[in-house]
Structures are given as C-alpha cells and as structure tokens.
Design a protein around this ligand. Sequence first.
Ligand code: ATP
Ligand code: MN
Ligand code: MN
Length: 301
Amino acid sequence: ITREVAAPAKPIPTKRKVTLTHPDRLYWPEEGVTKEMLADYYAAVWRHIAPFVIDRPLALLRCPEGITGPKFFQKHAWKGINPRIVMVSDPKDPKDPLLSIHDLDGLMALVQSAALEIHPWGASLQDWERPDMITMDLDPGEGVGWDQIIDAAREVRQRLTDAGLTAFVKTSGGKGLHVVAPLKPHATWPEVKAFTKAMADAMARDTPDRYVSTIAKAKRKGRILIDYLRNQRGATAVAAYSTRARPGAAVSTPVAWEELGPKIGPDHFTVKTLPTRLAALGPDPWDGFRAAAVPLRVSKR
Ligand code: ATP
Ligand code: MN
Ligand code: MN
C-alpha cells in the first residue's frame, strides 16, 4: 500500500537573477551545506540581514572550495567579479575601490562568489567618516567560561547605557559575543575609537583579573580581551546573520539579552537552524535596532 504523504512545505523559490554555478558544491562538507542551501538561507533571512550588509563597505572571507579549502579575506575586486557586487570609492583612497552590495541579488552574488563570511564596516556609504554603530568584540582567552563572557557583555551593555546608548548582543558564531550599539552618524571614527578604547581600558583597570584591553596574548590567559579595535576607520566585524567559514556552519546570531545563558553557546545557531528560529520567534530580537540610534556625545576638552 502506498500512502500519500504531504510534501514538506518548500520555500517559494526566489527568482534569482544571479546564476548559481555548481549549486551542489559543498561549502560546509561535514554539515552537507551546499552553495544552493546557502542561497536559500540568505533568501530566508534577507529581511533581517539587509540593514547590516547593504550599502556598506565590505570585506569578504572567500572560500572557493568550501571551508576545508583555501580562505582569503578580500576587500577589493577580483578578475571576473560578479557585477552585482559593486565597487565603491573610498573618499580617502579613491584609487583603490572597495566592495559593496545594494540588494538581494548582490547577496546572491556573494554566495556565488563563495563569500562565506561577510564583514561590513560600521559605517554606511552615506557617511564614510561617521560610524552608525559601535561593536565591542569580546574575545575569551584560554579557560574563560561562557558565564564570564555573558557577564562581560552585560557590563559592556551597562557602560553603553550609561553613555546614553542602547546595546544589542549577538553571538559571534565563533567563540565570543559581540555587543553592538546603533549610532546616529555624528561622532567621527577617531572620536568613536577613543570612546570605545576608554571603555575597554576602564574595564581592564577596574577588573584586571577578568579583562584586558590590549592584544598581548600572554596577558589573555583566563581573561577576556575587550576588543574595541573594530571601531576604527577601515576595520570590520562579522555581520549579524552572516555565516562563519568554520566547522558547524554557525551564524553570528542576534539574541535577546534575556536569552543569554548556558543553553545558547557562541556557535549555537547555524545555517540549518536559524530560519526556523526566526520563523518561530516572531519579531527579530534586534527589531528596533535602527530606531534606537542616538548620536554619541563626545566630551570636547
Ligand atoms: P570569535 O568570537 O571567534 O572571536 P570574531 O568574528 O569576533 O569571532 P575575531 O578574531 O575576534 O573573530 O575578529 C573580529 C573581527 O575582526 C572579525 O569579525 C573580522 O571582521 C575582523 N578580522 C579578523 N581577522 C581579520 C583579517 N585577517 N582581515 C580582516 N579582518 C579581520
Ligand atoms: Mn571576537
Ligand atoms: Mn577580536
């Protein structure tokens, strides 16, 4: 007897203007995630990721043979680049155009180009010199527990709140957390960098057994590096909802502050699980991100 089984609901195929060559190419071989599955992932999260990857300078981690092959960071165009990845002229370095995308087709072109990590600037093309977000990157040294990283994120949140900002948190998809605060473009890169450096230095000064604010590896064992250097001109941080070119196919995932806890580790959500999470959640935990932006008030002395 054969029984009719309802076919699993398939996402409505998006009409792609970008051709995916070798759609079955394995980008994450262990997890069986193909180029086409990655395209489907980004189509599913498009509404969520768009504000973080559109119309910004981008650095791309490209892995043409998937995550087990060669990887290279690219900030500039290459031969045969898909025309939906656009070149944008840095006002301070106009001869060496950077890369950006304007739309979903651009994102699909990144998939076709094996850009398995998307690393935007914290400023948009509308205002290259005035960042529209701060990213505090919490990098645990050897032996640091997840609860300590969460504590660090909460402390960064408190300090940002004290400065009049609203803080959001995401997993890195790797080992740590990123605390991100939207800004109205106002303060310049040097001002924003000075503000974030002062915060990192204050944390290291107040709790030296937990935090360091300089890269020196020797000092990091058992401590968390408060990496503020994402907040300087030309620096990047992985985008919210970007995949990571690491085993597990994890995604840098926005979470609500109340969700932080032992159940959700830094690489908990993946290409395979994130669309389901978003569908179940209703509102995105970062809804209201842009609306919460205020100018960073810098003290002039
Ligand atoms: P983890 O939680 O494992 O630290 P992460 O994404 O925060 O993940 P980091 O090594 O702390 O990784 O790097 C922070 C950011 O700095 C990256 O997301 C990336 O945007 C940028 N970055 C790191 N290495 C490079 C590099 N070689 N070239 C360009 N940008 C880089
Ligand atoms: Mn980090
Ligand atoms: Mn870092």
